[in-house]
Each structure stands twice: as C-alpha cells, then as structure tokens.
Ligand binder design. Structure first.
Ligand code: MIC
Ligand code: SF4
Length: 701
C-alpha cells in the first residue's frame, strides 16, 4: 500500500517541483564547492546526487535533463530565454584570437569553467607570419588565463575533444558551429560566437531560447558499407538546412545501440547543417565502452530520456533501409542516393574533417584501399582527425596500406574543409567526407563538391567515378579498440595562477584592435548597401580559405573580402555610404559560428540587417556586435525594397524598448513596412548597451 502510494506520489507534479527545488539547491551547492575545489583540490561530486534525483523527474528528454540541471535563470518553457551554466568551453584558432581578445577586454584574470581548451587546427597553413603569430597569441592567452592548449598537429578540435575531454551530462560551449559533435557522448554541446564563449569562460551564463525537442527514433541496423554519414544525409534530405532551426534533436530507439560513439558524433556533428541548436544521443553502455577505451571510465554517467518524455515532433528512421547517399552541390540538404546520381567522373576525393576522421572511419578506408591504386585521374587526400588516430594507423600498418594506394597524407587539421589547400581544378568534381559544400568554400568558385561517407569516398577514389560501396563484397567491420593510444603530450597545461599573473599575452603585428560597437540610436536612416536572397551562409558574408583566414585577427584587412563571392564591390560601397543596411531572405547567416560575419559588417558601418528570418548563431553574433537583426512582419515586404533604396526607422529605439512593431519607411518608393518585435529583454539590453562586451563591462561595473 505504502509503496503504491509512494509510486503515485513520486509521479505527481508536487513531487516533481519538490525534486526540482532540491536539484537547484544541489546545483548551487555544487557551484559553491566547485569554487572551493579550485583552491583545495577536493572533488565534490554533486552531479551523482543530481542524477539520482533526476530519475524521479516527470517526462524529461536527455537535453531537458541537462538544461534543467544547469539552469541559472529563466524557466524551461518552450520559447523562453534561459541562462545555462557552462562547464566546458572550446575554441579553435580561426575564432580563438577574437575570443581571447574579447576575454582580455572583459578584464577577467582567470577562466571560471571546469575546463577550457584552446585548439589550433584551422589556420595551420603558414604562408606568412600571420597564422603563426595568432597561434603564439592563443598559446600565451591559454597560459595566462588557465586553459589547456592543444598544439598544432594534435588534431581537429571536435575529434580531440570527443576523445579526451567530452563528458556525458555536461555542457560545452564552443566557438565553432560543429561543437555539437560532443552530443555523440551525451553532452549538451552548443556552438556560439567567440564573445559568448568569452563570457562563458568568465563564468557568465549562456543564454538560449528553449527550443523544440525532436525525437528521431532509429530502428534496425545499417547494412555493410552504409554509414552514419548516410544517416545524417538522409535526415538532411527530409528536414533541409532550415529543418532544425529552433530545435534540439535527440536520438533514441533500438538502432542507437548499433552505433558507436564516433558514428553518433558524425550524426550530431552535421546537426549543425540542419540549423539545430544542438543534437544529442543518450549516454549508455556504448558510451561507457568508448570512455573506458580512452582511459576515462570515471567520466561516464548514464543518461537517457524518461519513458514519458514529451517531444514536439517524432521522426522514425529504419537504418536498414538507408542507402549510400551524397549531398550534391551546393548545399548539404541537396541529397540523392549515390545510385540515382550515377557514375559521374570525379577529379578529387578528400577524406577527413571533424565529421569523418575517426579511427574507425579511417580503418574502414584503409580496408577499402588495401592492395588497390587510386584511379590515375583522381587526387585522393586523407587527413586523419587527430594525433591519436594517425599514430594508431601508423602503428597497426593501416597507414602503410593507405600510402601504398597513392593517397596524399595531410596533417591532422581542418585543411581543405575550410579551403586551406587542396582546392580542386576549374570546374572539378570533388567528393568529400566533410559537412559543408557551399559554393566557393573549397577555394575554387566553379568546383562541384559532393558530400559523401568515407566508404563511398574511398571506393570512388579507386574507381575514378562516383561509386556505391555496397557493391563491395568483403566484411568491412572494424572493431572498436579496447584501448586507444593515449598520449596527451601535445596538450600544454596553463601556468599556475600565481605565475600567470606576471605573464602578458603576445600580439604580433597582424593582431588589430576589436571594432567598437555602439548603442542603438533613437532613429535610423540609411541606404541599402546590399540585397541578397535566401539561405545566405556566413561563408557568403565572410568567406574563409587560405588567402583570407590569416586575417581573422585583423578586421580592417578582412573587411576587404566581405561578401566578395556575392558582390566584390560591397566593401567599397559600404565604406562610402558610412552607415548602411543589408536586406536578406530566409535563414540569413546559416552555417558557421564565425562572429567575423558580424564584426566585419560592424566595421563597415552596417547598422541593421533586415531579413525574412535569421540563423540562431548569426542573429546572436549580430546582437553581440550591436547590429540590429530585424525581421519582416510580412515576408512579402522583402519585395518592396531594392538595393540603393533609402530606409528610415524614425522611432526604432523607442519601439524596440516598448517591444512594439518597428515602423520603417522606404523613402525611395514611399512604401511603409512593419518589422516584427522579435526581441526579448536580454537582446534589448545588449542592443541598448552597445553589444555584449559593453554590456558585460557595464554589469561587472
Ligand atoms: C566552418 O566549418 O565553417 C568553421 C570554419 O569551422 C566555422 C568556424 C570559423 O569560421 O572559424 C564554424 O563552423 O563555426
Ligand atoms: Fe574544421 Fe571543417 Fe570541422 Fe569546421 S567543419 S571545424 S573547418 S573540419
């Protein structure tokens, strides 16, 4: 009787709230003891208590469990803005210089997170002093501020973080859009602009809009030579690059148990291409096995959705029906099966990137290449994702098989994925195991880039034409190693807090001051400097590649390349106008987390971007930089504006503060346009204070 009563009581709302209050108390205690930890080196694990309590929660999804255990402010209701505590951060070198300049500008002496890692993996092609200078700056910042520093050669941030640092149930904020790779381990891993990461390193909460929760139920098992990449390509085909906007995607179902952690990470990695806030898998025995093999068994906690967890949307996927697929040029959602696309002739194959460069991926590739020669008309490049992967391949002989086939071995870094070398020939067809095939990203404007699995890539490299790997007839199974090779000798520790106080950061001549954001003005009158269409990526706004990336810490120089693929005259025009506005379509700013796509427009005098809708990270970056991201109340009003028109917003500040629709007059054609009041309190505060840095300094006093 008593037990029955307790069971029903434990499922009641009252009990749920009671547990919630206890959890918050545990969270506060945990934060308190975490601070004590730093000085006394004692370890208090209140997380364990929390997870025991969370068993009683009514209907929480995996992500909801992590959000609620990290809640700093706000209520976890759909559409609400909430602040969450960030346990770990990561940066890479292309966004890191800005993040550490921003951290320095905030005047905080030491990071407040449990763990923060500064990786060097993007700007590794050193054709001048610039990238090496940036690396030296980041290293000096890591030493001074208390971060781990992953040296160039150690690997791609997401791959290394998965191997060595990711912890189920923790939060990770990274200044890179593919940070959700950590979701493969059951982390709540989110990509954001460098400024947000700087604030999180300083102990500030990260604000998210509580998204919708989507459950993708995986059933069945993948057939041989069909891989995790084909799964996420199929999801992209169904949902498109806008399909994940405002959503967290969770994976469940029997099929989950058939996927290894690296396979799960491939899927969560490309959740970024869906526009999702993040993607996450449960943490189960497979997660435990992976962490054990990485000698990190102690980092494991079990994490799964409650039986009665409520999702906003559910999609079922039968893994056994998935076929080898490819995303055709120039969008990751332009997906078709390899069979349907047919045996097109190819010029280049590249295997690697944070999506597909794990040990198991490359062992499969080695098996396919063993004893074969790459087609004479194809250039095959392979970049293993980390030093761990590369060393293991070298030790077990698989690297010899790869080299013998004629593959060109590239360093363990992003490399061609971000246009750092290996640009294809004019009009060339390139198959890549990467995650983005935006026009021009490869460094060759008219190249045709297809995104495929490692299996499809390796088999096609031998055949010289796009080929379906399920034609192969040997057993491709690669066992997950019982022990990965562990050697963290390329991860440098920071100086002690006492010694660090005497250090200063090292800034080469390429590192220039940050552009200054200002408070939103009472009214705005400006010319439209550029009008663009739907799905404009941050690669359109601020292209990357070997020629431009060295200027990531030099905004004035970078500004010369802003929108260069779309309209090379834009930077000159914007400078001449002094103050101007950009008009965009749907999903403006999709793709990367790079805040340069906001900082450079700020430098060029852009005061507002008016679009049909925005991608999450870019919208945040605009607000952080003090630029108004405004949405048309009626998307058809987009047609009432032409490049060169003069727009005026006579009461924009007053209307913004009152959360009222913003009135805009097109002075050129005398039309009146209404813009949505889509700002919440925090956005307004940031815009009024002149961006996140000014706001943070104000709050800190
Ligand atoms: C990318 O894949 O586009 C990048 C390069 O990793 C970016 C970050 C950057 O621009 O530095 C991302 O994904 O956020
Ligand atoms: Fe690096 Fe490419 Fe991954 Fe971006 S997507 S982090 S450039 S490997």
């Amino acid at each position: 009787m008593g037990l029955v009563f307790f069971y029903y009581f434990s499922r009641s709302r009252f009990f749920h709230h009671f547990i919630k209050i206890l959890s918050h108390a545990a969270f506060i205690l945990k934060s308190h003891f975490r601070r004590i930890d730093k000085t006394t080196d004692r370890s208090y694990n209140f997380e364990v208590f929390y997870h025991v309590w969370s068993v009683f929660y009514l209907g929480y999804t995996v992500a909801q469990k992590i959000i609620s255990s990290h809640l700093v402010n706000g209520e976890m209701k759909p559409g609400n803005r909430v602040g969450i505590h960030i346990d770990q951060t990561l940066t890479q070198d292309a966004t890191g210089t800005m993040a550490y300049l921003e951290f320095e500008a905030m005047g905080v002496n030491r990071i407040k997170t449990e763990l923060s890692v500064a990786y060097i993996d993007h700007n590794t092609l050193q054709t001048g002093f610039e990238n090496a200078d940036d690396h030296a700056f980041i290293r000096s910042a890591a030493k001074k501020f208390g971060l781990l520093y992953s040296r160039p050669g150690n690997g791609i941030c997401h791959q290394v973080h998965l191997e060595r640092f990711g912890v189920p149930g923790k939060t990770l904020l990274g200044s890179d859009s593919h940070t959700p790779t950590g979701g493969g381990l059951g982390m709540l891993a989110i990509g954001a602009g460098g400024m947000d990461v700087a604030v999180a390193m300083g102990g500030g909460a990260y604000t998210i809009v509580v998204p919708k929760f989507v459950n993708i139920v995986l059933n069945g098992k993948l057939r041989p030579f069909v891989s995790a990449k084909d799964v996420i390509l199929e999801i992209l085909r169904i949902l498109t690059v806008k399909g994940g906007v405002g959503k967290i995607i969770e994976y469940s179902g029997e099929g989950v148990k058939t996927l290894s952690v690296p396979q799960r990470a491939t899927i969560t990695n490309m959740g970024a291409e869906l526009g999702a806030t993040t993607s996450i898998f449960p943490s189960d025995e497979i997660t435990l096995e992976f962490l054990k093999a990485q000698n990190r068994e102690q980092d494991w906690t079990e994490l799964s959705a409650d039986q009665d967890a409520a999702y906003d949307e559910t999609i079922e996927l039968d893994l056994s029906k998935i076929k080898p697929s490819a995303a055709k040029p120039h969008s990751p959602d332009n997906v078709e099966t390899v069979e349907k696309i047919g045996k097109i002739k190819i010029d280049q194959v590249l295997i690697g990137s944070c999506t597909n460069s794990s040990y198991t991926d490359l062992m499969t590739v080695a098996k396919i290449l063993k004893g074969k020669t790459v087609s004479p008309t194809v250039s095959l490049g392979i970049a293993p994702g980390s030093k761990q992967v590369l060393t293991m391949l070298a030790q077990n002989g698989a690297l010899a098989d790869i080299i013998a086939s004629g593959a060109r071995i590239l360093e363990s870094a992003c490399g061609p994925c971000i246009g750092m070398g290996q640009s294809p020939n004019s009009g060339g067809i390139s198959l890549r195991t990467f995650n983005r095939n935006f026009e021009g990203r490869s460094g060759t404007k008219d190249a045709q880039v297809y995104l495929v699995s490692p299996e499809t890539a390796a088999y096609s490299a031998i055949k010289g034409v796009l080929s379906d790997p399920t034609e192969l007839d040997f057993n491709p199974t690669v066992e997950m190693p019982k022990h990965f090779l562990i050697d963290d000798n390329m991860i440098e520790k920071p100086e002690s807090e006492k010694d660090a106080a005497l250090l200063s950061t090292v800034k080469g001549p390429n590192i220039k001051a940050l552009p200054k954001a200002v408070s939103v003005s009472e009214s705005l009158r400006a010319t439209v400097a550029l009008k663009v269409g739907d799905n404009i990526t941050t690669d359109h706004i601020m292209p990357a590649g070997a020629k431009i990336l060295p200027f990531r810490s030099n905004i004035p120089k970078m500004s010369e390349f802003c929108f260069s693929q779309v309209d090379p005259e834009f930077p000159k025009r914007a400078k001449e106008l002094g103050t101007s506005i950009i008009i965009g379509g749907q999903n403006y700013g999709q793709g990367s987390s790079r805040e340069h796509a906001a900082l450079v427009p700020l430098y060029l005098g852009i005061k507002a971007v008016i679009a049909k809708s925005f991608a999450r990270m870019h919208r945040d970056n605009l607000i952080n930089s003090g630029i108004l991201p405004l949405e048309f109340a009626d998307p058809e009003d987009y047609d009432k504006i032409t490049q060169g028109d003069v727009l005026s917003l006579p009461n924009c500040k007053k209307e913004l503060l009152a959360k009222k629709p913003i009135t805009m007059i097109n002075e050129t054609n005398h039309s009146s346009i209404t813009l949505k009041p889509s700002f919440i309190e925090r956005d307004i505060e940031l815009l009024v204070d002149g961006g996140l840095l000014n706001h943070t300094s104000k709050v800190r006093g």
